[in-house]
Ligand binder design. Sequence first.
Ligand code: SF4
Ligand code: SF4
Length: 719
Amino acid sequence: MAVRIIVGLVITAAAFAVAGRRLWWLYRLARAGQPAPERIAALREHPGRGAETQLTEVFGQRKLLRWSVPGVAHFLVFWGFVILFLTLIEAYGALFSRTFAIPVIGHWAFVGFLEDLVAVGVLIGLVTFAVIRLRHEPRREGRKSRFDGSHLGAAWLVLGMIFLVIATLLIYRGAQINTGVFPYPHGAFASQIVGHWLHPLGTGANDVIETVFILAQLGVVLGFLVIVVYSKHLHIFLAPLNVLFARRPSGLRGLEPMRSNGKVLDFEEADPDTDVFGRGKIEDAPWKSLLDMAACTECGRCQSQCPAWATGKPLSPKLLIMDQRDHALAKAPWLLAGSDEEREQLPDLVKAEAERPLVGDEKANGVIHPDVLWSCTNCGACVQECPVDIEHIDHITDMRRHQVLIESAFPAEASTMLKNLENKGDPWGMGESRRLDWAEGLDFEVPVVDGPIGDDVQYLFWVGCAGALEDRARKTTRAIAELLHTAGVSFAVLGPAETCTGDPARRMGNEFVFSMLAQQNIETLNEAGARTIVASCPHCFNTIANEYPQLGGNYEVIHHTQLLARLVAEGKLTPVNPVNEKITYHDPCFLGRHNKVFTPPREIMEKVPGVQAQEMHRCKNRGFCCGAGGARMWMEERIGKRINTERIDEALGTDPDTISTGCPYCMVMLGDAVSAKKSSGEAKETLEVIDVAQVLARSVRRPEAPAAAAAPEPEPAAD
Ligand code: SF4
Ligand code: SF4
């Protein structure tokens, strides 16, 4: 027994010392990042939400289980380790007393059974993981594997360690059965099988096996602990923390305001010497972003869903996180050094790492290549898929902010859009005088807000720059206005008083232009007393609903498909004319994935007689981007396959007559791809890309003029 106690305690102390030192070092590294007091404040404000996400995401493995086979395997291993904690108590107890049993439950057959059941479950999980890894071996699949770029050797090592944890456990338990000290009389079926195999060796040999394998079990568990804190498997400890401090309801929807030293940056008072403008160095990242980096499991779920990666761009959300993490770890001695003298003493490799720019091309030896940074469409697929709630878009936006505001380094073609926003209030530079052109020729008057909106106006129709100024989107705007008019819904528009919401500027990283435009709009909306806004563009919808509250603009915002679906359901709009077409619906990322509006557009099409709705393979939460978000609409797409072409290739697979959507940006991108396909003869000449509102408008019979008296009168707008 003395040997057991001494060896057991010595290896425990050694492992805890090594792991503790590493964890303290990592904690200090996280503290080298920017403060993020809003994360702590959110948790204090909503403690129940924190508890709920721990229950659903950590213990319930909600996001992991979306991927059924690997999800179940992970579930088995996770719960295996939680329950096998009991066996660890038993192993430590056995150091001091061979007949040790956990108080109260330590002899219950059910507990013995449960321990063995989860041990077998973990083995099944391991085999599943091994098969998945072999099947998705990057060298077999080329760059399409989700594991491409992950540390595969470390993953195999950890699978091996977990196997050893279970193997040593079952062997010492089997030996305990043969030496008569096993605490469970029945139930531990797997241990009994192993005991049966060991029985012929005799009691003496089983005595030795019992001691050796109890120590081996502790040694493997402690070795595993050390490997975990020195590897990507740190996520075992850090994923629950990352989930706890993640933005809620998710890192999708709105962007975070730009913060410096933990406070929202006020451009009027900002000091270039002391304030941080986005992420120019790794230490400009808030600690939550550093936690993201350490929590990444390298599972590649994000990578597998990224439209940029899928079309051959250099951006992989996984590698973006891993590259920053590797840089942070390599630069850590420099960050943690107490003085310039100490930094001088550091190895050249560390000094060279410290000098690397965070964003820079091959020549500059940057950590993140500009092509990586500017490939992102902000589609949110990575954030949606990440099982540990990493907020990739926040990382990208932070770096873009520094590039735009400090370095003035961004794709040159986007500068026209930014200038137009500043000078004319819309990306095309057409100006406020053109904002009502879309309404010309309508057979009713569109009321324009001029002063406070009256109580008789139900909705402020936010037309958006594209809806007002882009030819294809104008057709949607007219269809919406006609439908609202037909349904007898009173609405008004801002007309020339409306300006860009600032979304393209913010997604580019130009927070300055965004706040200028947003403040102007909020002033206009507040003066008008806007209450309920209906937006036809998901980008406007997202910005007004989720980002304007950061600047004091609080409104109820709905998308036009939500309103139209409601009007159809209430019988205020009745689709009667058959639209005998096969239609496939493309989910706009900022409507669907970001804001979870999936059903209303589909409900509308269901109600239109003759429509044969055909889903694409990638739809709803797993929808595939059109390539326009994240201000990509204003940048050239020079690398890889065009994202809109990839999407149209998928749409063509359903042999549609029409492709419908609910976003003017998507309509432009998909429309362009369809035109190219028509030119090459790959798409039929009659194929159209239109908004769901246009599909509905084709089916809704407008009241004939003589019957107008019977039709509901449009209510007058306030003026
Ligand atoms: S937001 Fe979309 S494009 Fe950007 S990294 Fe994530 S998945 Fe890729
Ligand atoms: S960022 Fe999330 S989804 Fe992507 S590899 Fe890391 S853990 Fe997996």
